[in-house]
Write a protein of this length. Sequence first.
Length: 111
Amino acid sequence: MIHALVQLTLFYCRTNTLLEKVASAVDQSAFYSALWGSLLTSPAVRLPGITYVLSHLNRKLSMEDQLYIIGSDIELMVMFSWNNEDIGVAYLYNNILWGSLDAFSICEHGF
C-alpha cells in the first residue's frame, strides 16, 4: 500500500487517509514499528514511506510528545537511518518538486 503514497499520483490522498485510519485504529507505536520495518526491508517504498512519516511529524510539538513515531522497536528506526543515507538527497528533490506544485492543492481538488 505504501507504493501508492508517491506524491502527485491519483491514489496519494486516498492511501494517506487509509493509513491514517489504520494508524488511529491500532497502537500508534506498533503502526510505526511496522512501517519502519517495511521501509528497512523494501527499498521501493522508502521514499514514500519516509515522506509519510515526515508529513505526520508535528514540528510544533517536541519529539517527546511524539515518541510513537519512533515505534516500539527503536532499533528498526535506527537501522533504517543508518542504512539509508542516500534517501536525504532524493527526499530533498521530492520536496522541492512538491513545494512548487503545492499551489495547485491536488488533494483538495480530488485529482
